[in-house]
Design a protein around this ligand. Structure first.
Ligand code: DX5
Length: 238
């Protein structure tokens, strides 16, 4: 199993202090940061253009993921790569030519990711798995932070785990939506190894560092129970 990653989403950060919020997450020892890019069409919310990400690039050295919840993602990939995103994640639901889009992300030097909405079957990526470097299984209907984790996605996570393992490739299996210290263990037990956490961190009374530490502790416990052996890798983070 990959060393699990905690990947905060800055969707619920203070929009007036994004640079400082990213620096705060960096200080909390996160492994990467996810930018939820929304266009008000594919999802009912509007968020970050590439300039916001570029302006925050200097706040941390950890990798950036651009989660493009937008129509016609192929029109924007180059700008998010240029803004400093090492991984670009697109949705097949709005990618008429998904294989070509994934190839373009790689051509631009980034890792090609796919995100699946709750209703979208893994069948949507079966024939392009060789072009995928990162798989994201949504555990909410995208658009907003603070929603409830959809536990019925766990069989899909387990199926994705088998699909990835069968490739023999090191493809992160990421979950996003309602991930918190109380749900991260179940998502890990289902097979996820990369965890997008948004509101649970920013709402933690002890601050984001406490939230990250609690997620890592609960994750370690869940994996220890699952594997029946002590895990040290998680406590150390990246
Ligand atoms: C889609 C977004 C959110 C966000 C995480 O709505 O992708 O899932 O990243 O938000 P929380 O962790 O608050 O569900």
């Amino acid at each position: 199993m990959r060393t699990p990653w905690i990947v905060p989403s800055v969707l619920n950060a203070d929009p007036g202090r994004l640079f400082d919020e990213v620096a705060r997450l960096d200080a909390a020892g996160v492994d990467a940061i996810q930018w939820d890019v929304m266009d008000g069409h594919f999802v009912p919310n509007l968020t970050f253009g590439p300039e916001f990400i570029k302006a925050c690039r200097g706040a941390t050295a950890v990798p950036y993921e651009a989660h493009l919840m937008i129509e016609e993602p192929e029109r924007w990939i180059d700008q998010y790569v240029e803004a400093g995103c090492e991984t670009v994640i697109v949705h097949p639901e709005v990618s008429v030519h998904l294989h070509r889009t994934l190839q373009e992300i790689r051509r631009l030097g980034a890792k090609a990711g796919v995100a699946l909405n709750p209703h979208t079957p893994l069948e949507a990526i079966r024939h392009v798995l060789g072009s995928i470097d990162h798989l994201l299984v949504m555990t909410v209907n995208p658009g907003f932070g603070g929603q409830a984790y959809i536990a019925e996605m766990e069989p899909k996570i387990a199926e994705a785990r088998k699909m990835i393992d069968a490739t023999g490739r090191d493809i992160p299996l990421e979950v996003d939506g309602g991930i918190s210290p109380s749900t991260i263990g179940a998502a890990a037990a289902a097979g996820a190894d990369t965890f997008v956490v948004g509101s649970a961190l920013f709402r933690d009374p002890g601050g984001v560092a406490a939230g990250v530490a609690q997620c890592r502790a609960n994750l370690a416990e869940a994996i220890e129970v699952e594997a029946g052996s002590p895990i040290s890798a998680i406590a150390g983070g990246k």
